[in-house]
Design a protein around this ligand. Structure first.
Ligand SMILES: Cc1cc2nc3c(=O)[nH]c(=O)nc-3n(C[C@H](O)[C@H](O)[C@H](O)COP(=O)(O)OP(=O)(O)OC[C@H]3O[C@@H](n4cnc5c(N)ncnc54)[C@H](O)[C@@H]3O)c2cc1C
Ligand code: SF4
Length: 461
């Protein structure tokens, strides 16, 4: 074994997986996990832990894997994270724990994400249940939204003895984990649902089909429903569009709608009758993780699929692994390309997309080189479906129905990042609703901060 290299992880063959929705990565088995764990030098001042937003005791759990004590490893992870099987699959470890791992200086960092996933999958297969609070404290807290921010906040508060109810607008809990990230990266019935069940086993109640701001307001939760505090983890689910001609045509979707139809409403399965655009040629506009997910989904539904992105490969915001997988599966990248107009046929359906070539100019406010159009370089891509994946912002429903709750110009809730405190007493917030679209682990970090803030507030009341 070469200690400078990661133990390779098994994956489905790209040609096979391009036509199915089964998970791409197959994970480590016991032997592979123990081999990989043995590469970790269990640093005293573990840099990997400083890179983990929820401060998992990484050398601690890796040592237990090496010694074959997987339940002990699971207990260590459960102290800091309620969603290890999710994080082990979708966290950008390359820019967090693995990005600062000491092993990465001379060789490849430890596969911390794959080891976390191994422990979480073992836990599921062996019926591991996290420990419940020994005593309840009689106080009720409402959590709005059942994505990673809400689930984490609820789980942490339940462990402290609070009676927690999550209110979720959709008919199933999980937020983006369920409706956004596709099955082939994050299986729903096994991985996501089991981790949500584990949060419920801590005593958390989840009420679905409750739209806060419509069914009931935050003020009513506090004054009429007996809740002493509220955490808002309502995410950033409102899609953005480009505002170009033809964008209202039939066959143009937001990535959110397209992915929700497929993931939550199971359009890809023959036993479900959810309609979805099975275009022959699909352009996905954007270069983030969401764009990669939409493109790889369209490809699996049978389309020739393009990613259309206005900057170059170096600026693609998606994880390197996702770009690599998309390319392996056959997604075609049209980089330094920007849409100008969607062409529409006489029946109102998409029949093509006019684009322009771009080049990179001086850096802009984000530090990335600004894309500028190349004069006279317009061309048309022959597509029948366009999926816009240009980012999302928080839905203003909650802020517009809650007096005293301040939002910024992007409609993100203003909250203290150390404890989630908002401008309204007893109301805390975190995750995408505060930061705008970000990541699972940052939403979990904010959920933890919110639980800490609420506990401090209610302990002093
Ligand atoms: C397609 C896609 C792929 C992604 N891939 C990755 C990835 O690989 N890695 C990664 O780290 N991150 C990824 N992300 C980002 C990540 O999923 C989000 O940052 C994260 O889910 C945010 O968590 P959250 O709890 O703040 O919000 P969400 O997960 O959005 O959950 C919010 C929940 O609140 C509910 N809600 C909203 N309004 C109300 C209301 N008024 N009343 C009741 N409930 C309400 C929503 O229905 C939703 O269930 C991806 C996002 C998308 C869309
Ligand atoms: S920094 Fe790397 S080698 Fe050191 S404890 Fe963390 S994972 Fe192990």
């Amino acid at each position: 074994m070469d200690v400078l290299k990661k133990v390779p992880v098994r994956e489905q063959d790209p040609k096979v997986r391009a036509a199915n929705f089964d998970e791409v990565c197959l994970g480590y088995n016991m032997e592979e996990a123990q081999q990989e764990a043995s590469r970790c030098i269990k640093c005293k001042n573990a840099r990997c832990m400083t890179g983990c937003p929820v401060s998992i005791n990484i050398p601690g759990f890796i040592k237990e894997i090496q010694d074959g004590n997987i339940e002990a490893a699971a207990n260590i992870i459960a102290e800091s994270s309620a969603l290890p099987a999710v994080c082990g699959r979708v966290c950008p470890q390359e820019s967090q724990c693995e990005g600062v791992c000491i092993r990465g200086i001379k060789g490849e960092p430890i596969s911390i994400g794959k080891l976390e996933r191994f422990v979480a999958d073992w836990s599921r297969e062996n019926g591991f249940v996290p420990k419940k609070a020994e005593k309840m404290n009689g106080k009720k807290v409402a959590v709005i939204g059942s994505g990673p921010a809400g689930l984490t906040c609820a789980g942490d508060l339940a462990k402290l003895g609070y009676e927690v109810t999550i209110f979720e607008a959709l008919h199933q809990p999980g937020g983006v984990l369920l409706y956004g990230i596709p099955e082939f990266r994050l299986p729903k019935d096994t991985v996501v649902k089991t981790e949500i069940e584990n949060v419920k086993k801590l005593g958390v109640k989840i009420e679905c089909n409750v739209v806060i701001g419509k069914s009931v307001t935050i003020d009513q939760l506090l004054s009429e429903e007996g809740f002493s505090a509220v955490f808002i983890g309502s995410g950033a689910g409102l899609p953005k569009f480009m505002g170009i001609p033809g964008e209202n045509a039939n066959g143009v979707f937001s990535a959110n709608e397209f992915l929700t139809r497929n993931n939550l409403m199971k359009a890809f399965r023959d036993d479900h009758d959810t309609p979805i655009a099975r275009g022959k040629k699909v352009a996905v506009v954007g270069g983030g993780n969401v764009a990669m997910d939409a493109a790889r989904t369209a490809l699996r539904l049978g389309a020739e699929t393009y990613i259309v992105y206005r900057r170059s490969e170096a600026e693609l915001p998606a994880r390197v692994e996702e770009v690599h997988h998309a390319k392996e599966e056959g997604v075609i990248f049209k980089l330094l390309t920007n849409p100008k107009e969607i062409l529409v046929d006489e029946n109102g359906w998409v029949k093509g997309m006019v684009c322009v070539e771009m080049e990179l100019g001086e850096p802009d406010a984000s530090g990335r080189r600004r894309p500028v159009e190349k004069a006279g370089s317009e061309f048309t891509i022959d597509v029948d479906t366009v999926i816009m994946s240009l980012g999302t912002s928080p839905n203003p429903l909650i802020s517009s129905t809650t007096e005293g709750l301040e939002v910024n110009k992007w409609k993100c809730i203003v909250a203290d990042e150390t404890n989630g405190k908002t401008t309204k007493e007893g109301v805390y917030a975190g995750g995408d609703a505060v930061t705008g679209a970000a990541t699972v682990i940052l939403a979990m970090e904010a959920g933890k901060a919110g639980a800490k803030g609420i506990h401090e507030y209610l302990s002093n009341k």
